[in-house]
Design a protein around this ligand. Structure first.
Ligand SMILES: C[S@@+](CC[C@H](N)C(=O)[O-])C[C@H]1O[C@@H](n2cnc3c(N)ncnc32)[C@H](O)[C@@H]1O
Length: 322
């Protein structure tokens, strides 16, 4: 792969500004040093799978070289090919100049310990719901394993597919309103060979799911409020807007969902609804109701658990709101 503007003066300026050599470095260690230095100099935002310039440089190098992500220091003395260095320079330009999240450049992301195909058709996976999947919804789901699960607002499908991979007897529906996101989700279903247990459905919230009931509903809807949306780093502009904002307080979609979700849960069913920073607004809107906000040990916040039997109160409360 060639660097996008390798013959143009713009590219020479870019390389100089970020301390990069066009010539391929002698070793992986030297390439890592340059990549790390460039990312540190650039005022890029980290939060789409890695949280520092170092982590991102390591991920970029290992991806370009096709090495396992758990490689150790022994790879540092290895050689870098000319094409591999050209790829890294190309990704650095995409990252620093275009402000694209790295998973959109490499085409892959990790969620719940699994690899997924990732591109601009859907948000980059980052939901804390991964931890619940790994813990099999304990301690809230007890007894026999759940038989059915809905991943509503599925984007590229990471949540529902990870749930299916994790529990072999689970039947899963993943649903989204966006055709582009669903096409990526279908590729991820094929990638993980779970087409026999995971169905992708186009649906405006529950619109395409009538008559279905699920033991577990996991939902990571758009929930960013207007002020957070206005202040978001440029990296988020590369993501589909349909996946981010949801009205002034970020809760338009969640309110719609809470008013009808009771009809789609089994009697013992559980809803895990992610609302991120909008959790305080939802907590005060539902003040007086016993709410369970999940605490995560791997990071993340703003996930509400509601049991099927608690939902009539929530629906009533929302209906009573002016
Ligand atoms: C925050 S993203 C979550 C994507 C994915 N679940 C994840 O965790 O990476 C929200 C998703 O909700 C979808 N969405 C927005 N409005 C919707 C609606 N009315 N019905 C169903 N899905 C919707 C968007 O297309 C987007 O894929």
């Amino acid at each position: 792969m060639m660097v996008a503007t390798s013959s143009g003066s713009g590219n020479a300026v870019f390389l100089k500004d970020y301390g990069l050599d066009r010539a391929t470095p002698g070793t992986v260690g030297e390439a890592l040093e340059q990549t790390h230095g460039a990312l540190k100099r650039a005022d890029v935002f980290f939060g789409h799978g890695s949280d520092s310039a170092w982590d991102e440089a390591v991920f970029m190098l290992l991806s370009a070289l096709g090495l396992p992500l758990d490689s150790g220091d022994e790879v540092l003395a290895g050689a870098v090919g000319d094409d591999e260095w050209a790829t890294i320079l190309h990704w650095l330009q995409g990252r620093i100049i275009d402000r694209k999240p790295l998973p959109y450049l490499t085409g892959r992301a990790w969620f719940a310990g699994l690899e997924f195909k990732c591109d601009e058709r859907a948000l980059v996976p980052r939901s804390p719901l991964a931890e619940l999947i790994r813990n099999e919804y304990a301690p809230w789901w007890a007894g026999k394993a759940p038989g059915s699960l809905l991943d509503l607002c599925c984007g590229g499908g990471c949540i529902g597919i990870a749930a299916a991979v994790h529990q072999q007897n689970l039947d899963v529906v993943i649903a989204d309103i966006d055709d582009a996101a669903l096409s990526l989700a279908r590729e991820n279903i094929a990638f993980h060979s779970v087409a026999d247990r995971v169905a992708a459905v186009k649906s405006d919230l529950f619109g395409g799911l009538s008559g279905r009931r699920f033991d577990i509903i996991l939902c990571n809807p758009p929930y960013v409020d207007a002020s957070d949306l206005a202040a978001m780093p440029a990296e988020f502009l590369a993501e589909p807007p349909l996946g981010l904002g949801s009205g002034e307080d970020g809760l338009d979609m969640s309110r719609r969902l809470l008013k009808s979700v009771a009809d789609y849960l089994t009697p013992q069913g559980l809803l895990f609804l992610e609302v991120g920073n909008s959790w305080e607004a939802l907590d005060s809107e539902l003040a007086g109701l016993p709410l369970t906000w999940i605490e995560f040990s791997e990071g993340g916040h703003g996930v509400l658990l509601l049991r099927a039997e608690e939902l009539p109160q929530v629906t009533e409360h929302l209906a009573a709101d002016p």
